[in-house]
Design a binder for this molecule. Structure first.
Ligand code: SAM
Length: 274
């Protein structure tokens, strides 16, 4: 269990990823469970990179540990890591400096607050989004609500169906912002491009309760009108999803203190941009 109160610490934004939360994450990424997961995820990405070259974006890349595993295997591919933490990107630069030498394609990093719809080019062939924890504050969420009104309405209906009382707002915020992040992932990809998501999970998709199944599809942008009467826009097609039991689920336990997250693993899902 971690000593950090994540809810309170991250309530003011992603700043703590430059200090105590960042240190917690870096320590986590060094354990055997994360090393095994990155190895497994990298093999999924290599299978998707069928072309000789292209652009891979790592969204919320942290210290870029996944990219580090991929840059030698895919030498002609360009890599762009995007993250909002200067400390994380400083960590990424330390390994990237050596890897760039003699490499034909670029390895770059961009400091940006995500979701970010301000830079629309270049479009990626592949985008990866692993172990997400995209932090947002209320004022940012309210701005996105003005832009993505139908997502706001559907997230609100889903949250009210599932929760009562105080829990509704937290669930709504999470559903809505995950959906905006998925729209941002789609925005950064070319049509037909691939998105590889790695989400913490307590089981394979078909083992999840009906609400969690629908919420996951809504959040990632792959829910279609046949699966829900709410008529959400579909912007990704789900190609496959595979569940791996793993102690990485304890990242969620650390953040929530909820014992339900002592068991579980992660889902690797492959989506195609429509
Ligand atoms: C749990 S770490 C995952 C890092 C990486 N994807 C991995 O698998 O190692 C979450 C990362 O998201 C970044 N992050 C969180 N909220 C963000 C935001 N609003 N904008 C940009 N980056 C953010 C953090 O700085 C951190 O590097």
């Amino acid at each position: 269990m971690s000593k950090i109160d994540f809810t309170q610490t991250l309530a003011s934004g992603l700043g703590p990823y430059n200090s105590n939360v960042g240190q917690w994450w870096v320590k986590k990424t060094r354990n055997a469970a994360h090393a095994a997961a990155y190895l497994n995820i990298a093999s999924h990405i290599v299978q998707c990179a069928q072309r000789e070259k292209g652009l891979i974006i790592d969204y919320g890349c942290g210290t870029g540990l996944l990219m580090k595993r991929l840059v030698d295997v895919l030498p002609a591919w360009k890599f762009l890591g995007i993250d909002g933490s200067t400390a994380m990107l400083r960590g990424a630069e330390t390994w990237a400096r050596t890897k760039r030498k003699g490499r034909p394609a670029s390895i770059e990093f961009r400091l940006a607050k995500l979701p970010d719809f301000s830079v629309s080019a270049p479009k990626a062939d592949i985008i990866v989004f692993t172990f997400p924890n995209i932090v947002s504050v209320a004022s940012e969420r309210r701005q996105f609500e003005e832009v993505f009104r139908s997502d706001r309405d559907i997230a609100g209906l889903l949250a009210m169906k599932q929760e009562e009382g105080e829990g509704v707002e937290a669930l709504y915020d999470s559903l809505f912002m995950s959906r905006v992040v998925a729209r941002n992932l789609r925005f950064l990809l070319r049509k037909g491009g691939l998105c590889i998501r790695v989400d913490y999970s307590q089981g394979a998709r078909d083992e999840l309760c009906r609400f969690d199944q629908v919420a996951t599809l809504f959040e990632e942008g792959s829910l279609n009108a046949k699966q829900s009467r709410l008529q959400p826009q579909k912007f990704f097609k789900l190609l496959y999803s595979q569940y791996y039991p793993s102690p990485v689920i304890r990242d969620v336990y650390d953040q929530t203190n909820d014992k339900d997250f002592l068991e579980g693993g992660y889902l690797v899902s492959l989506l195609q941009a429509i």
